[in-house]
Structure formats: C-alpha cells, structure tokens
Design a protein around this ligand. Structure first.
Ligand SMILES: CC(C)=CCC/C(C)=C/CC/C(C)=C/CC/C(C)=C/CC/C(C)=C/CC/C(C)=C/CC/C(C)=C/COP(=O)(O)OP(=O)(O)O
Ligand SMILES: O=P(O)(O)OC[C@@H](O)CO
Ligand SMILES: [Mg+2]
Length: 230
C-alpha cells in the first residue's frame, strides 16, 4: 500500500529504549492515530526496534521507522523517516551518516516509502540537541531553515523538534507561512488536548511522544482532540 503524509494530523512516537506494556501499546495502535513512529535518540538497538515492530504489526496502523543509527535499520516498516539536522554544527548529522547509510543500503531502499525530514532541534536540554551538537536558532534562523528545507533541499518534511519541552505556537505559525509544499511536523511537550490543538492549528502534523509514558490516558485523548478540529 502507498501511504502519504499529506493527510496525517497526528502521530505517536514510541521509543525502542523505553518499556511499554502490551496494553498501552495496543491502545496506541488502536487509538485512531494516523501512524506509529518508532524512534529515539539514545540506546536505540536492533532488538528494541524489532520488538516494537513485531508488536505494532499485530495492528493495521501504519508503522514508521525514524532511523536514528545505522545499527538499527531493518526491513519490514511501512515507511522510513530520515532525519537531517539542519541546525547541527557537525556535518555528520546532515551528510556523513547518510552517506555511510547509502553506501550500505542503497539497493534496499524503496524511495516511495522513504521521507527525508529537515530537522530543527530547539530544546537545548533534549538528548538529540546535545548528541548532534546543535546550536540554538533564533526565530529568523528557524524561518530561514524552513525556507531552505523547501527551496534548496526540497525536503518533503520540516520538523520543528522541541522534544521534552513545549514550543512557541507563534513561531510554528511563522514557520508554516514559509512553506508551500513541504509539510510541517511539530513535536515536543504536548501534554494535553489544548496543547495538541494549539500546535495543530499551524503544523500539518503533531507528534506525541513522552506523554505516552507519563500519562497514557491523556496521550490517547490527543488523537480525538486534533481529529475533531475543523
Ligand atoms: C534494509 C532497509 C529496508 C533499508 C532502508 C533503510 C533506509 C530507508 C535507509 C535510508 C538511507 C539513509 C540516508 C539513512 C540515514 C540513517 C541515519 C543514521 C540518519 C541519522 C539520523 C540522525 C540525525 C540521528 C540523530 C538523532 C536524532 C535527530 C533522532 C531523531 C529522533 C528524535 C529527535 C527523537 C527524540 O528523542 P528522544 O529519544 O525521544 O528523547 P527523550 O528520550 O529525551 O524523550
Ligand atoms: O516526546 P515529546 O516531547 O512529546 O516530543 C515528541 C517528538 O517530537 C520527539 O521526537
Ligand atoms: Mg522521547
């Protein structure tokens, strides 16, 4: 089947490095979310990825691997998200690691199922920010990254990543205004229905991650909250 992000309002992101009960994972998969993303920053192993894949595969929800390292890439997902960290100070996270992956996997890649994400990480305390040695952009920088994502790199997705922290809705609005074809994903600190809706006002798609582990019932409610908009 060919999936498309064009109609995705809501994604859950589950972390292979974290424990999740069958009951909670089943509820996530049956919640009505548009897809379940498997991804994290630290301690992502092939075993952890395969464990989640086999459990999510018991449901019909589309299952996406957001690739975080070369060691945990595996076939079997409906879709692959490839992060490229635009505000990293190291070329590795925008070029070298992808170059290595292409050398290893180029014959296995189905580009119809692969989506490149221009990431801008905006929480200094996030593991991904530290790992990629990102530098904090100001509003003008973020808008310029978004514009570059669309017009220079032709990325299908620009991802405003506040992982662990709630971002600035006004900045999300400004960024959305830079984009025509490139889709805007917002993720970070969505911990209730209000925040889910506030970010979905301007982002094309919102991602709920940590709330799954801190308050599963609130996390599940965010699906209906954004699906009821419009
Ligand atoms: C066999 C097969 C099917 C092959 C196809 C595989 C495929 C499609 C390959 C494509 C080729 C390619 C170019 C791959 C690139 C692979 C790669 C290693 C990219 C680097 C990704 C990257 C920049 C990682 C750095 C960390 C990062 C930005 C992760 C994104 C996820 C993220 C920010 C999670 C949030 O963090 P979290 O862990 O949740 O934080 P907390 O724990 O604090 O909550
Ligand atoms: O974990 P939270 O803060 O919900 O962020 C979601 C996602 O953007 C993380 O990559
Ligand atoms: Mg997380």
């Amino acid at each position: 089947m060919r999936y498309s992000i064009d109609n995705w309002d809501h994604l859950f992101k589950v972390d292979p490095a974290k424990e999740i009960s069958d009951e909670d994972l089943d509820a996530i998969c049956e919640s009505g979310t548009d897809a379940v993303v498997v991804g994290g920053t630290d301690d992502v192993t092939l075993d952890g990825v395969l464990d989640l894949l086999s459990r999510i595969r018991q449901h019909t929800v589309p299952c996406i691997l957001e690739v975080s390292n070369l060691e945990s890439i595996t076939p079997g997902f409906d879709f692959y998200f490839i992060p490229m960290v635009m505000n990293s100070t190291e070329k590795k996270w925008m070029m070298d690691i992808h170059h290595a992956a292409i050398k290893e996997y180029r014959d296995s890649i189905d580009w119809d199922k692969t989506l490149v994400e221009g990431y801008c990480i905006m929480n200094e305390d996030a593991k991904a920010f530290k790992k990629t040695k990102s530098e904090m952009p100001d509003s003008e920088d973020v808008a310029a990254y978004a514009y570059m994502a669309e017009h220079i790199y032709h990325f299908p997705v620009f991802y405003m990543e506040y992982s662990g922290e709630y971002g600035d809705p006004e900045l999300v609005k400004t960024v959305k205004e830079q984009l025509t074809d490139t889709k805007l994903i917002y993720g970070g600190g969505i911990e209730n229905n209000f925040k889910a809706r506030e970010m979905k006002e301007n982002a094309d798609t919102i991602v709920v991650g940590n709330l799954i582990y801190s308050d599963i019932n609130k996390a599940l409610k965010t699906v209906k909250a954004v699906k009821e908009m419009e």
